[in-house]
Write a protein that binds this ligand. Structure first.
Ligand SMILES: [Zn+2]
Ligand SMILES: [Zn+2]
Length: 354
């Protein structure tokens, strides 16, 4: 079978490798669609900490091709999405249902082969049955959708709240879509890319701010009767926006950090003092899991997609076949053009599979 082997920083080779065989509690998935994640791109730009060669890809979907002898919940032919975290189930965090904090986890696509190949074996408990109505590329986006859900569920916005979302990339837009479903009054989308700001209007953002072109604080206070937002959610992962959250949230407000800080975050005195002077509650969100594994984030994501309440299709900006994975990564790693979700397909795509 064909696999895209990562052999160095942003260096892939397509090779024929042996088709894996599922162990007793595993299933063999024929991959149908696999997305490139922002974290994949970051790893290609900086450092790859895991073994090489590796087959990356942790956002994928497919059809179950065969099952191990002990597999009970799914059958051959089932259409599935894959939750990529394999928790140890033994550490304190796993035992309390906080799988995202596991001390000894395995990640599909980093520690073991992921979705950028034709067939992958995964544990039975990592598959989510998607039924017949969700397309494979939508199912490949359940992972980022579950990440966004984890943050929004943890912040638990109230009817009528005003929320600022920093960063209108995939996670930001998915966060906006969850927020819209919670009944918040205003969703203020903040970014520095005019294309992303324009796109965000389609998904339920009520106001937008281009923080390169206008004063963020002035505009926020204008939009909130000089109070600041009830909730700020950071999905950009920039040291500037990590600090800005602390400047534009109202007294007693809530701040959620979800974007990875890829450099040191230095706080000015005012930003830091606001934490206690304004009595902020600050929450961090990592990954997308809760008990029972993989968690409500995953189950709700699949159900809401099926009900047509979440729009994923328009977020896919580029589609490539597996043979062209290098082109796909070059596009994202070198920022050759504006992109959102980039999808990889291991087999030649027929029109009806879109
Ligand atoms: Zn991801
Ligand atoms: Zn654990």
């Amino acid at each position: 079978m064909k696999a895209a082997l990562l052999k160095g920083l942003n260096y892939f080779e397509i090779e024929e490798i042996e088709k894996p065989v599922p162990s007793d509690h595993e299933v063999l998935v024929k991959v149908k669609a696999a997305g490139i994640c922002g974290s994949d791109i970051h790893k290609m730009q900086n450092e790859w900490k895991y073994e090489l060669p590796m087959v990356t890809g942790h956002e994928f979907s497919g059809v179950i091709e065969s099952i191990g002898t002990e597999v009970k919940k799914v059958s051959v032919g089932d259409r599935v999405a894959i939750a990529p975290l394999i928790p140890c189930h033994e550490c304190t965090y796993c035992k309390s249902g906080k799988y995202q904090l596991c001390e000894n986890y395995t990640m599909i696509g980093s520690h073991r082969y992921g979705g950028f190949e034709e067939y992958v074996t995964v544990p039975e408990e990592n598959v989510i049955n998607i039924g017949e109505n969700i397309s494979f590329e939508e199912a490949a986006m359940i992972e980022p959708l579950a990440v966004a859900a984890h943050g929004v569920m943890g912040l638990d916005p109230k009817l009528g709240d005003t929320v600022a979302v920093f960063g209108l990339g995939t996670i930001g837009i998915l966060t906006v879509q969850w927020l819209r479903l919670t009944g918040v009054k205003k969703i203020i989308g903040i970014d520095i890319d005019p294309n992303k700001i324009k796109e965000a209007m389609k998904y339920g953002v009520t106001d937008t701010i281009n923080s390169l072109e206008e004063s963020l604080e002035d505009r926020i206070f204008e939009l909130t009767d000089n109070k600041g937002v009830d909730i700020a959610i950071e999905c950009a992962g920039s040291k500037i926006t990590e600090e800005q959250c602390l400047l534009i949230t109202r007294k007693g407000g809530l701040i959620g950090y979800q974007g990875i800080a890829y450099s040191d975050v230095l706080l000015h005195q005012k930003a830091f003092e606001n934490i206690f002077r304004r009595e902020y509650t600050i929450k961090g969100f990592w990954n997308s899991y809760s008990a029972p594994f993989p968690g409500k984030e995953w189950i709700h994501s699949a159900e809401f997609i099926e009900q047509g309440k979440i729009n994923l299709k328009d977020l896919i900006s580029h589609r490539y076949e597996l043979n062209d994975i290098q082109k796909a990564f070059n596009l994202t790693v070198n920022r050759e053009e504006s992109y959102n979700k980039v999808m990889i397909f291991p087999e030649e795509r027929k029109e009806e599979e879109k």
